[in-house]
Design a protein around this ligand. Sequence first.
Ligand SMILES: Nc1ncnc2c1ncn2[C@@H]1O[C@H](COP(=O)(O)OP(=O)(O)O)[C@@H](O)[C@H]1O
Ligand SMILES: [Mg+2]
Length: 347
Amino acid sequence: MTTEQKLLQIKDLRTHFFTENGVVRAVDGVSFDIPVGKTLGVLGESGCGKSVTGYAILQLINSPGRIVGGEVLFEREKNGRKEVVDLLKYGARSEEIRQIRGNEIAMIFQEPMTSLDPLFTIGDQLAEAVLVHQKVSKRSAMDRAAELLDKVRLPQARDLLTKYPHQLSGGMRQRVMIAMALTGHPRLLIADEPTTALDVTTEAQILELMRSLQEEFGMAILFITHDLGVIAEMAESVVVMYMGKVVEKTDIQTLFENPKHPYTKALLESIPKIGHKQEGPLHTIEGMVPSPFDIPRGCSFHPRCSQFMAGVCDEAVPAETFLEDTHSVRCYLYSKQAEGDSNGNRT
Ligand SMILES: Nc1ncnc2c1ncn2[C@@H]1O[C@H](COP(=O)(O)OP(=O)(O)O)[C@@H](O)[C@H]1O
Ligand SMILES: [Mg+2]
């Protein structure tokens, strides 16, 4: 891991929502790295802070949310020179962060309909995205738009340029969004559940497309999903999130073969195994996800954990413990060490 060039390093990122009902610590001390050209998966159940992490990287957090701490170190390439900058030092509306959004870091979402304007044709929207990045005529921008549709393997690109978003299927719209993301040749693509709204066949095609475009463009991908099957297809390494924190980090093979955190294990037990006859009903994780306003003290998974140790797990947040260079876990089963008390969970 140390020899790998890091494109993005997130350090102790904290993003909280200050709502009328209280503070939601949506992202509360998240750290991970994304190597150049590789795919890091972010895995966890709904509401654990995956999307907020993705948005915070580009400072797309709106009120009542606020990034309250941390660093987002990004290796920029400017005029052939590389420099590492903390994106959070740029204001959310600064010229620099606007330059980075779409150009150096692009984002795609679960539902492309929310990012496409229903009133404009695919051609107009793609050409406009091209014009943001390149000073070319409208006609050349349209040509480039057609090339991009070709790249994402949409047939009859010319014809498609004249269509409106609602005339396309979900899979086609997601291809258009990927084409749009590619206009600036980003070094990092943040993909937030990009195939969750699609049927399995279309999903498989989009994942295959993303892999081949990644190879062609050499971009890194932050792949956010709740789906273990999709993670297995896409990611080289994974961070598992639970209630705003990373509970386990590892490479993809270890995730499936030697998971350590009881939460990760429970997630894995909740999926059917190919080639294994299912004995009895599928395991589901005990208990409910706690209210985000009332995150359990200590390890936030403790009320649902089958290996809960009273007086230990419900006291302080466990520290990140490295089992190997590329495998860490926050769990008292592996180390009794608690995190420094900067997290506010101690009294
Ligand atoms: N605008 C908001 N206002 C208040 N709470 C929010 C807002 N956006 C997200 N949250 C809360 O932040 C937490 C993490 O949300 P999110 O990152 O969207 O989860 P995930 O993507 O993992 O499903 C959730 O508890 C969610 O309710
Ligand atoms: Mg989400």
